[in-house]
Design a binder for this molecule. Structure first.
Ligand code: SAM
Length: 237
C-alpha cells in the first residue's frame, strides 16, 4: 500500500526507513526501483538481505538509525516508512532526515497506527497490566502522536502533506491463536510474558482474547481491522 501510494516507478531510487525484514523495499524493487533498506535491528536486516538474495533482487541494506541516515542529501526519489519511523525517539529529527535525503519534488510515505479499535484496546490492556505488575520503565525519547495530522504536518516543514485513513486486517486461526503468537514472537509481548508473574500473564492473555473476540469479523477464525494514517509528503525544496 505504501509503495503504491508513493507511486514508485521503474528506475527510481527508493529508501525504506525502519525496513524490518524489507517488506516495502522488496515491493518497490519488484516495480523496478533501485532500493535501499535501513533498520536499527541487525538481525532483521540479515533477514531482509536473505529474502532479497532468494528473490534475486539487488538491494542495499544498512543497519542504522532513522535519526541519522547514512546517506547524502537528495539521494532518493522516494522514502517510505511503514510503521517504522514512528518508533524513532526523536520524531522531528527523523522527519528532517527523510526530507534531507529525498530530492526536491520527491515523495515520502509514512504510515502510523491510529489509537482506536480492538488492536488499540489490546495495547491499552497490555500497558495497564505492565503498569500493575512491572517496575516503570524510563521514558524514552520525545512523544509525538503520529496519528495527529497537525502534529505530523509540524514535522514535515519542507513538504506538502496529505493524509488519509486506511485499515489493515489482522488475521489468525482464532483470537487465542493471535494472542499466543504475539506472546511467542512479538518482542514487546514476549518480554512481558517473561517478566509478568504467570497468573498475570494468563489473565492478560484471556483479557486480550476477549477484546479480539468481541470485535471479530470472522466466525471461523480471526479478522479485526487496525486503522492507520497514511501520510504522503511531496518535498518542496
Ligand atoms: C513494526 S516494525 C516495521 C518493520 C517494517 N517497516 C515492516 O513494515 O515490516 C518497526 C521497525 O522499526 C525499527 N526501528 C525502531 N526504531 C528505529 C530507529 N530509531 N531507527 C531505525 N529503525 C528503527 C525496528 O527495528 C523495526 O524493524
Amino acid at each position: 500500500v505504501a509503495v503504491e501510494a508513493a507511486g514508485v516507478r521503474r528506475g527510481e531510487r527508493v529508501l525504506d526507513v525502519a525496513c524490518g525484514t524489507g517488506n516495502a523495499a522488496l515491493a518497490a524493487a519488484s516495480r523496478g526501483a533501485s532500493v535501499s533498506g535501513l533498520d536499527a535491528a541487525e538481525r532483521l536486516i540479515g533477514v531482509a538481505r536473505e529474502r532479497a538474495r532468494a528473490a534475486g533482487i539487488e538491494a542495499e541494506w544498512r543497519v542504522g538509525d532513522a535519526g541519522g541516515l547514512p546517506f547524502p542529501d537528495d539521494s532518493f526519489d522516494v522514502a517510505v516508512s511503514v510503521f517504522g519511523v514512528i518508533f524513532a525517539p526523536a520524531p522531528a529529527r527523523a522527519a528532517a532526515e527523510l526530507e534531507r535525503v529525498v530530492r526536491p519534488g520527491g515523495r515520502i510515505v509514512v504510515t502510523a497506527w491510529i489509537d482506536r479499535g480492538p488492536l488499540a484496546e489490546v495495547m491499552h490492556a497490555s500497558r495497564a497490566a505492565a503498569t500493575r505488575h512491572l517496575p516503570a520503565s524510563p521514558a524514552t525519547g520525545d512523544h509525538l502522536d503520529w496519528s495527529d495530522p497537525q502534529a505530523v504536518a509540524g514535522l514535515f516543514t519542507r513538504s506538502t502533506l496529505e493524509v488519509e485513513e486506511r485499515s489493515h486486517p489482522f488475521t489468525a486461526a482464532s483470537p487465542r491463536a493471535w494472542v499466543d503468537e504475539q506472546f511467542a514472537h512479538h518482542p514487546a509481548w514476549r518480554g512481558m510474558a517473561a517478566a509478568l508473574p504467570a497468573p498475570a500473564a494468563a489473565e492478560l492473555t484471556d483479557e486480550l482474547v476477549e477484546i479480539l473476540a468481541a470485535a471479530n469479523e470472522d466466525r471461523a477464525g480471526l479478522r479485526v481491522l487496525g486503522p492507520y494514517a497514511l501520510y504522503r509528503a511531496v518535498v518542496r525544496s
